[in-house]
Design a protein around this ligand. Sequence first.
Ligand SMILES: [Zn+2]
Length: 265
Amino acid sequence: MHQILSAIPDGLLDAEPAELKELLGGPTLIHLEGRRNPPLFLSVMQHGNEPSGFRALCRVLRRYKAGGGREDLPRSLSIFIGNVRAAEKNVRRLESQPDYNRVWPGSPAEASPEKAMMANIIGSMRSRGVFASIDTHNTTGPNPHYACINRTDAKFIYLASFFSRTIVYFGMPPGVQTMAFAAFCPSVTLECGQAGDERGVAHAAEYIDACLHLSRFPDNPVSPHDYELFHTVARVTIPEGSVSALVVMPKMRKQTSAFARTWTI
Ligand SMILES: [Zn+2]
């Protein structure tokens, strides 16, 4: 159900998220050639009301020939622009749709065109030997920016610590993009604060550009002093109409403090 392109369509970098449906017609995978291979994978707008990753992507691409700038992309980049129908309505997903970030391989969700699309994308990127994967989201509450991972290998910690000292390890729910990619490459979810906050866009843009310039992962692990690793242990759902939900995430290796914030992915 997705189209595959090899160039940035006219008007994309100036488009508002609500205009993507009109411009693209549906979910879109774009493969751009850069100086290095294999490609970096980036997904944006899996949730239609979480635009910071898309806005950051546009900002980064303008610097490079692929987006009208001067330089070659430092590394090939494969971009997935997800739920453009939901973006048109500025909602996470339409009532008729599954949640795009719950139907990647490993998901128990029933078969659907969206689930088949994600399996197809995973197959395509796996065959390209993807360098690393970045998924971008916004949170509903005023969280600090943080990165989520599904494995605690050195490369995953490195990729996450590049974005934030705060790293969250999670094993549930199944079917999320980061987890599907974690089976064959370092992958991370960026939580860029609330939609509409310019700081999240600037931070994500800086991060994406840094990852494009990363030639290889370092041999040495990140010092434990340079990050705080949390583990999601519970999700509390509160009645509709209440202001926020609360998730408590004790640190993985330290028992002395906790991290309690509004959190959805
Ligand atoms: Zn999201």
